[in-house]
Design a protein around this ligand. Structure first.
Ligand SMILES: C[S@@+](CC[C@H](N)C(=O)[O-])C[C@H]1O[C@@H](n2cnc3c(N)ncnc32)[C@H](O)[C@@H]1O
Length: 195
């Protein structure tokens, strides 16, 4: 069963499927934001796939530091930013470095809390508006495959259009440091660059 082949948002669990999908979707000029790079095993794959692009990799674990330093040395197209993907300041740092994001990959751990993974995905995606996203998380995969609906709300640009203009939800406690400021700046920027 390969039901995600044409989708711009891919949800996977198996690390091999995750990497296969990275290989399928990343183009050589792409700007890729990788949340949860760990020691850079997938970052190296992404860096090879986008030699003329830019990869911003984020992780908050201390063990990532030395490994990601080596990845940066081996691949000049990689920039590692140590930080927590749940924090406003981390997104702000990334947002200042890139004007566009083609691919967002979110792997905070295959078995990581699906609620947090979704919130991180939602906030980064609605701010950076990537054309393609890949999320590695078993809970979200379970949810998507278990749920059904009779209604037809579907996005076609790679991020969730139904809530893309809503800004960052101010009521979520874990994200109390987030504001709608970055989102609004992104929106203004994209409006200016429209051709
Ligand atoms: C399964 S590993 C990622 C593996 C990597 N994507 C790969 O393909 O080799 C998950 C990583 O997510 C990182 N992580 C978890 N929560 C995070 C958060 N809130 N902010 C940044 N990194 C986080 C962990 O430190 C860990 O290194």
């Amino acid at each position: 069963m390969n039901r995600f082949v044409d989708s711009m948002i891919k949800i996977v669990y198996d690390i091999n499927v995750y990497r296969e999908n990275l290989k399928r979707i990343i183009q050589k000029n792409d700007v890729v934001v990788e949340l949860g790079s760990h020691v850079g095993n997938s970052t190296r794959i992404i860096a090879e796939l986008a030699p003329d692009g830019k990869i911003i990799a984020i992780d908050n674990s201390p063990e990532s530091l030395s490994h990601m330093e080596m990845v940066e040395k081996d691949y000049p197209n990689v920039k590692f930013i140590p930080g927590d993907a749940r924090l406003h300041q981390t997104l702000e740092k990334v947002f200042k470095k890139i004007k566009k994001c083609d691919v967002l990959s979110v792997d905070l751990g295959g078995g990581y809390h699906p609620d947090t993974t979704f919130k991180v995905y939602f906030i980064w995606s609605s701010t950076l508006k990537p054309e393609k996203t890949i999320i590695r998380n078993s809970g979200l995969l379970d949810f998507v495959l278990t749920a059904e609906t009779q209604e037809d709300i579907k996005s076609h640009k790679g991020w969730l259009e139904s809530s893309g203009n809503a800004g960052i939800p101010p009521r979520l406690k874990e994200f109390k440091h987030w504001s709608s400021k970055i989102y609004q700046e992104g929106l203004n920027d994209r409006e200016k660059n429209k051709d």
